[in-house]
Design a protein around this ligand. Structure first.
Ligand SMILES: [Zn+2]
Length: 316
């Protein structure tokens, strides 16, 4: 097993000793790893809850004068209470591979923590259940985004969504607290935790990949309680969780005159035969439509109101 060590290195760094640390004004944190096995692609600093490698960004960096048996990681997105460990790839999942766990006692650059604890984070003007926790956006790779810019850009995406009657209805349906954090990793993605940075996406991106479509997609996961009972059918891949998120967003996109997304793999175009014949889509995916209808009937009832666009939900 490996262990985490402080930077600068103590002389007896080969001995596990680091159980707690804080993050300075940079908002980034240096952590050393002694005893790492395998390459950089198979190791990262993470937390046990972070099963998809989404929460923190950890980059191995080399520092002059350090010992060859220590890898130094720069970790971004760390907040108080995170419990850091070395995670090692085990097939398609990650497992803990450090003997010690390092508790983050404080992050000096995170000025939002007290607002969060006091329930005073900035709130979305379209639904007060939704609030913003901007820490991390100015540590993002490759291009940092100032926190106020990140927050305004999210609100702008909500304005776009809520200018659309379906988008507005879905946003209003959120009735439990949702905190939106920046997506800080260098590759673009978003998740239903909800971590999202509009700067990762292009307004004229293809088939469901405009920033407001990505945001609405993640909010649908929230509304579904991250339901994951869907099936892949007829060559449409939904990865268990992404049938309603993709297809409800398709109805929204069609209302805006945008192109529609086929499934959850990449951002491919919905085939013409399904676009021109929504009943074919319904017939092939009927078990998935049934699941959406029984799991989240409120969403399906709302979708059924929109009859002038591509909308297989009207057959439910
Ligand atoms: Zn999704």
């Amino acid at each position: 097993m490996a262990h985490l060590v402080p930077i600068p290195l103590p002389t007896d760094y080969w001995r596990p000793q680091l159980n707690s640390t804080y993050v300075n004004n940079s908002g980034k944190c240096l952590i050393g790893v002694w005893g790492q096995v395998g390459g950089y692609g198979d190791n990262r600093i993470g937390t046990e809850e972070d099963e998809f490698n989404d929460d923190l960004d950890s980059q191995p960096i080399s520092l002059m004068g350090l010992h060859a048996d220590v890898v130094v990681y720069e970790v971004r997105g760390v907040r108080r209470g995170h419990k850091l460990m070395l995670m090692q790839r085990n097939g398609t999942t990650w497992r803990r591979f450090s003997t010690n766990i390092v508790d983050i006692s404080w992050n000096m650059a995170d000025v939002w923590e007290w607002d969060f604890l006091a329930g005073k984070l900035p709130r979305c003007k379209h639904n007060a259940k939704i609030s913003y926790y901007p820490f991390g956006s100015s540590q993002r790779r490759p291009v940092p985004v100032p926190e106020d810019v990140w927050m305004r850009s999210i609100e702008h995406q909500f304005d776009i969504i809520c200018a659309n009657p379906l988008g507005q209805a879905l946003v209003k349906m959120i009735d439990k607290d949702v905190v939106i954090h920046p997506w800080i990793k260098s590759y673009h993605n978003a998740n239903s935790a909800v971590k999202f940075s509009p700067q990762d996406w292009s307004d004229d991106g293809p088939w469901g990949s405009a920033p407001h479509e990505i945001l609405l997609h993640e909010l649908i996961h929230v509304l579904e309680g991250n339901y994951s009972g869907y099936d892949d059918r007829y060559g449409f891949m939904f990865d268990k969780s992404d049938f309603l998120s993709v297809n409800a967003t398709n109805v929204y996109s069609c209302l805006l005159g945008r192109g529609l997304r086929k499934d959850h793999h990449e951002f491919n175009k919905l085939p013409d035969e399904h676009f021109n014949n929504p009943k074919l889509h319904y017939d092939q995916q009927e078990p998935n439509y049934d699941k959406a209808d029984s799991h989240t009937p409120d969403i399906v009832r709302e979708l059924q109101k929109y009859r002038s666009v591509w909308n297989p939900f009207i057959y439910c």
